[in-house]
Write a protein that binds this ligand. Structure first.
Ligand SMILES: [Zn+2]
Length: 210
């Protein structure tokens, strides 16, 4: 825990924007479902954007770690999982890795759900007994820094209340904010200069330090 904190502090100092490894920055977002009575079950929301989404759309398949999605042991086989949301809606997730033991059981011990939030943002909800599996899944699939907010949610102007509620708020706090906080003020200026923000965005992003 302390080592990770230290690494983050070092990152803050030495990295340039293109070197930030966003997958690592967000490792701490993994949540235990202990509170809800599920022992040793973990959950994380992974956001695919731009380049990752193109890859996903092309194949419909994420890159999976070479370990069982349930227990995290070395995987032996891949199978498609069918999920039922209700009577009318179901979906299939392809090529998910399993170990010998778990491939035989009905898949109630691993949940993965894709929600398309905007044209360039897909939220992937993952629930598993294996923390390692979830973290590796994120490392394998999320490589780029988050897109600028006006690109991620083009319908929301900077003053929109959407930044204080719903999926866009979640994205702002879990994806954008941690990334933005890592950048030096010089890096922020560079990013804004290169990104040509629509009206009002520079003011929203560059808040004078208290
Ligand atoms: Zn297993």
């Amino acid at each position: 825990m302390k080592i990770n904190w230290l690494k983050k502090q070092l990152k803050k100092r030495f990295d340039s924007p293109q070197k930030h490894n966003i997958a690592e920055v967000y490792d701490n977002e993994i949540a235990s479902l202990e509170y809800f009575g599920y022992h040793n079950v973990y959950q994380m929301e992974i956001y695919l954007s731009q380049s990752e989404i193109v890859q996903y759309r092309h194949t419909g398949i994420l890159s999976y770690p070479k370990k069982c999605c349930v227990c995290g042991k070395r995987n032996s086989t891949k199978k498609d999982i069918n999920y039922k949301i209700n009577l009318f809606r179901k979906y299939t997730v392809h090529h998910v890795p399993f170990c010998e033991e778990h491939k035989l059981k009905p898949t109630k011990e691993f949940i993965i759900y894709f929600g398309q939030l905007t044209e360039i943002i897909i939220k992937v909800l993952v629930i598993s007994y294996s923390k390692e599996f979830i973290l590796d899944l994120k490392r394998l699939n999320v490589e780029t820094n988050p897109p600028m907010p006006w690109k991620a949610f083009p319908d929301l102007p900077p003053e929109s209340s959407g930044w204080r509620q719903g999926d866009s708020e979640e994205w702002w706090h879990s994806q954008w904010r941690p990334y933005w906080d890592l950048l030096s003020s010089q890096e922020r200026d560079n990013l804004i200069a290169a990104a040509l923000p629509p009206e009002g965005w520079t003011e929203k992003l560059i808040v004078p330090k208290k």
